[in-house]
Design a protein around this ligand. Structure first.
Ligand SMILES: Nc1ncnc2c1ncn2[C@@H]1O[C@H](COP(=O)(O)OP(=O)(O)OP(=O)(O)O)[C@@H](O)[C@H]1O
Ligand SMILES: [Mg+2]
Length: 539
């Protein structure tokens, strides 16, 4: 026992001496000598250590984009049979509340055998400590997988095995894929623990093209277009165009623009990236957001006419003019202005144009960009030209065909004698699918389909009556305005006439006076010349 204790104390002192020598070596040896020694010591280790290690980092050197290979390895390792031996796993997504997507937790190791060859996978994490004080701990974590295998199997592992891992990983990911709905984080927060540009939730919208109420011809046209796009990888490569397509959805509120986006995502099985432009600081941030999206995705900017404030500059100047009159502390005013300015998004139209159709938009592929608007006429023509927004889809008021889809969805009714009346009313009245759908929804559990149809007819008749009254009111208003304008015109005419007459009268008076004056002079002249007696008196 005493000998054992002695042995331990000796080991301890040897370790301490080695560490001391290593510290001295690091501190005092010149850099070149150190590199030289390290190279040779590595060679020495390689002689006795016959294993090769390959690392796969989550973010490659470009830094912008998450490595696809890393993702595939993570999925593969989570699903491979040997992972069941790992004790610490991370659960990611749950598809339909059934199957868990698992991956190895940090610093966990699993062993796998491929064609009789043993390999070891380790998940590692490298934390770069930030020098400044931060409220949030790990500021910059870099994750990677390390693969270790014997050097005699180098060819088998680097070509066949790794290929197998990546292909399998991708296939499993497609199988277990859960659609995601992303939204961009404010670009002011792209640092520290919130460094990711996008946050997501699982996308579970039930909308589909079957439930979407619109003209069946138009719907089929869109479906054909989508199919062509999805299978168009080679075609796009052949014509030398980036594999992306722009859709502009326009129409009044409640006509199904947002619903169609959900249907698109479900049909194509693409993730949705919903861009909130007001949270994007500038054009560079917008570009970074784009690069950080994955392939097979739909990038959405809703209400594009409201998102971009291109008149901001002018408004600000106006505001400034208004405030000029008030006596304000200039320092305070400037600080306030700067604060306002920093909060404001500086994304410009040109930034957005480049986002959709610039060189950067070709990074990655299989992307659909969707803009929605209620006022298509307000948009800059450059923004919606073909090539940027390739397909313009108008979603309009509910037609009879669209109503039939809603009736089938909401009431399971394919045809009914009341349909004829509804058809007539829908031809006369503009009602959005949202309103029709609302009227078709049973008000209570006991309400049957026919009552719902009657409710809709009643609502349509009320809308018709309202429209008629409104039209009448407008007509009456127009008539009144016309009458007023007519009266005004007559009054003006009368006034003009009066003025003209007055003028004429004045003129005739003037001329009469002139005549009298002339005549008077003439009489005087005549009297002087002829000496005629007037009333017997010589003048
Ligand atoms: N064409 C449609 N087919 C099926 N349901 C529809 C349709 N249009 C509207 N709806 C229903 O009406 C509701 C509102 O529709 P949605 O949000 O898609 O309208 P929107 O056009 O995006 O409106 P906004 O312009 O105000 O954003 C949805 O919940 C949906 O159930
Ligand atoms: Mg909408």
């Amino acid at each position: 026992m005493a000998a054992m204790g002695e042995l331990w104390s000796q080991v301890g002192s040897i370790m301490a001496s080695l560490m001391f020598v290593y510290a001295l070596f690091k501190q005092y040896f010149p850099y070149q000598i150190r590199g030289y020694l390290e190279r040779y010591s590595n060679k020495l280790v390689n002689l006795v250590y016959p294993y090769i290690q390959i690392t796969f980092h989550e973010y490659s050197d470009e830094r912008f984009k998450r490595s696809e290979v890393y993702g595939a390895i993570r999925t593969y390792l989570g699903a491979c049979p040997s992972s069941s031996k790992a004790k610490r796993l991370k659960a990611h997504d749950i598809k339909d509340n059934k199957s868990l997507v698992l991956s190895m937790d940090d610093n966990e190791e699993i062993t796998e055998e491929f064609q009789g060859v043993k390999v070891w996978w380790t998940s590692c994490k490298h934390v770069t400590k930030s020098t400044s004080f931060s409220y949030y701990p790990a500021s910059d974590e870099k994750r990677y997988y390390k693969l270790t295998f014997h050097k005699s199997h180098r060819d088998l592992i680097t070509s066949t095995y790794l290929n197998h891992v990546v292909q399998e990983g991708k296939a499993i990911a497609v199988q277990k894929r859960q659609l995601k709905l992303y939204t961009n984080n404010s670009s002011d927060n792209w640092y520290g623990y919130k460094s990711s540009k996008w946050s997501h939730v699982v996308f579970e919208h039930p909308a589909s093209f079957n439930t979407l109420a619109m003209d069946p011809k138009k719907k089929q046209e869109i479906l054909n277009d989508l199919d062509k796009f999805k299978q168009g990888k080679q075609y796009y490569a052949k014509i030398g165009k980036a594999w992306k397509r722009g859709y502009l959805l326009y129409g009044p509120p409640g006509t199904g623009k947002s619903t169609m986006i959900a249907a698109l995502a479900n049909y194509l099985e693409y993730d949705i990236y919903d861009v909130e432009l007001t949270a994007v600081k500038d054009n560079t941030s917008l570009r970074k957001l784009l690069i950080d999206t994955t392939n097979k995705s739909i990038i959405v900017i809703e209400d594009i006419d409201c998102s971009l404030d291109l008149t901001g500059q002018r408004k600000k100047e106006k505001k400034k003019d208004e405030e000029d009159g008030e006596n304000k502390d200039p320092m305070k005013e400037r600080a306030e202005e700067e604060k306002e300015e920093s909060k404001k998004s500086k994304v410009t139209l040109s930034g957005l144009l480049n986002f959709i159709d610039g060189i950067w938009s070709a990074c990655g592929g299989e992307r659909i960009i969707v803009f929605t608007t209620n006022h298509v006429e307000k948009l800059d023509p450059a923004l919606i030209r073909r090539g940027r927004m390739d397909k313009h889809i108008e979603l309009s008021y509910c037609c009879f065909e669209a109503f039939k889809v809603l009736a089938s969805n909401y009431l399971d009714i394919e045809s009914h004698p009341l349909f004829a009346r509804i058809k007539c009313l829908l031809e006369e009245i503009d009602m959005t699918p949202a309103d029709v759908a609302e009227n078709l929804m049973p008000n209570s559990v006991t309400e049957d389909g026919e009552t719902c149809l009657k409710n809709l007819i009643e609502a349509l008749e009320v809308a018709k009556e309202d429209a008629r009254k409104k039209a009448e009111e407008e007509e009456a208003k127009l008539k009144a305005e016309e009458e007023e304008a007519k009266l005004k015109a007559e009054e003006e005419k009368a006034k003009l006439k009066e003025k003209k007459e007055e003028k004429e009268e004045k003129e005739s008076e003037e001329s009469a006076k002139e005549v009298v004056k002339c005549n008077g002079t003439m009489v005087v002249k005549e009297v002087k010349e002829n000496g005629v007696k007037e009333n017997g008196v010589t003048t």
